[in-house]
Design a protein around this ligand. Sequence first.
Ligand SMILES: Cc1cc2nc3c(=O)[nH]c(=O)nc-3n(C[C@H](O)[C@H](O)[C@H](O)COP(=O)(O)O)c2cc1C
Length: 190
Amino acid sequence: MGSIDNVILSRRTIYKFLDKKVSAHLIQKALEAASNAPCHKHTHPWKFYSIGNKSRNLMIPEISKLAEIKAKKRKSDNIKESVDRAIDKIVSAPVLFAVTSKLNPNDPFREKEDYAATVCAIHNMVLSFWANGVGSHWSTGSITRTDETYRILNIDGEKEEIIGFIKAGYPKKVPSVAKPAVDEITYYLE
Ligand SMILES: Cc1cc2nc3c(=O)[nH]c(=O)nc-3n(C[C@H](O)[C@H](O)[C@H](O)COP(=O)(O)O)c2cc1C
């Protein structure tokens, strides 16, 4: 993959994965990258829950329920297909993490800084994977936000918030995405 610049510039969200295992070694490296993210006050507010097959299977009824509601809302003519696709996205992801950030209702500024640090940790993980040929997809779909997911994963929603699922695996296809030019996002002040 080459230099850090190349890793950053070539990374894209990967939506479809090859049926190929990601080694425990690469997952460990990505977790180490996450753990080395910058973090104000050293609060280390993130947790990475590796979701195995048993927990994924327990989520199927909730995934089905949510996918059916969504498909009906957009008047899909093939609800079963939408539901099966939603289940497959979770069940067949080669790697699946739920990532949480610590809540701090008494200190909204700390909570915001902690959220920012957790986002850094996630992106460190994503870039570590990408540097080793593994693609990722950050998802904040409804399954990541429902009470049932907190219950199944045994996450205390009063203390931590799931800020996304990270699916990872070897890419089937790397999409191309247009990004804003640097001069569209940069403001030079005298
Ligand atoms: C906070 C966050 C939440 C996201 N949630 C979803 C999601 O729920 N579903 C999805 O398909 N992609 C999701 N994505 C991926 C974005 O759609 C993707 O980053 C965007 O299309 C830009 O593409 P790129 O990552 O290849 O640059 C999310 C990305 C971020 C940063």
